[in-house]
Write a protein that binds this ligand. Sequence first.
Ligand code: TRP
Length: 468
Amino acid sequence: MNTRADRLPGLGEAGRSGVEGGWSSRFAFVMAAAGSAVGLGNVWKFPYIAGEYGGGAFVLVYLACVALVGLPVLAAEILIGKRGGGSPMESFRELARGEGSSPRWTSIAWLGMLCAFLILSFYSVVAGWSLSYLWQASTGALTSAEPGHIAARMEGLFDALLANPTALILGHTLVMSLTMAIVVKGVRRGLEKAVRLMVPGLFVLLVGLVVYAAVYSGQFGAAARFLFAPDFGALTWDAVLVALGHAFFTLSVGMTAMMAYGAHLRGRVRVAPAATAIAGLDTLVALLAGLAIFPIVFAQGLEPGAGPGLIFVTLPIAFAQMPAGGFVAATFFLFLAIAALSSTISILEPVVEYLERRPAWSRRRATVVMGSLVWAVGVLSALSFNIGSEYTLFGKSFFDCLDFVTSNVLLPVGGLGVVLYAGYALSRRTLALELGIGSDRGLFIWRSLLRYVCPAAIAVVLYRGLVH
Ligand code: TRP
């Protein structure tokens, strides 16, 4: 199967050692990739869109989107990185040489890099909110409201945070500094070490929260029904498209992050099962997050469809009225911060690797320069909530613009490039070899998903993203 002879001609171990370190095991890789996938998307966005779009039926559609579209794109991205073995840019160039594909595909990597840069800049601002809430929960300030004034206070707190440029920039700066401190150490000594600590911690905190929600709220059954009992009457076309778009974001695909992670894989790793494990863990976390949040929300008679404020306003309202609420709130926002940080490192990694190769900068220099540039753009996002709020583009703030362009345009275009590449430019043999699929039937299914199902689904998302 995947012996040394199957490696690309131009990129033996010598070439690969240019990519420092590498994951120490398949398990380390799966953990790092799961850490990347599990983030604000799972804990902040998934519950609130599930809430907005009515629960069960939406969740079912989302699961189908992850399995039929997200998973093949994820596998394709890891596979391209693994086969190419370099930074995303180099991987495409190597593949052009080794597989005879056109070097023009390299533009996918360019696009991905740009997208990573932009996403990180505003993602880090939102991650900063979780640090700010973690701080307020730890000092007890978050849950100290007088009964009767709780709802107004929580809304006031969130509005006050957004209106405060110093607080936003401080949180953003902290997140970027932590991210850079991890990335600068490299894959094995930085990223892997960090995720070995963060990912298990994340699961422990989450399970603790679910158990708390189940025991204290008395609403676990209602939450489970809300999430799992489908009412297809409530399902709209819009909900289907939101579910599909979110499947990309939550799996971290479409902007070469997973490609960079895949490039550090060594030896005999079958990509299909690894990608399935990553997508499975990501989905598990999203569902568990729902099962931690909704019982608490329901127990206080609050509404599940509050939108983006669900975990920053609705949930704190509930915490303030629950037993041990301050402690639980701190646990929740710690969980959120860790989930965000294990994602930000994966977004910075491909961008840093690029600078490390091209101008051949040291890792330190590449990290500091890129991290600072991302930070500077992020500051604009932070300011667009307050002093810069009157500067709008197409009626959207700078923050909303970046979110819109990346999620609705760049990520789907990047994902489309990746599946087309894997489905059409790579040989059937290479695909079978790297996916680790032995049976013709299995390979036929994977290839059909890559060639037809994914491109069609992505085209629909793109269309609606642009025309909407
Ligand atoms: N998947 C992460 C989340 O759910 C976000 C993320 C990390 C991401 N890396 C990415 C999104 C790459 C798109 C592309 O929060």
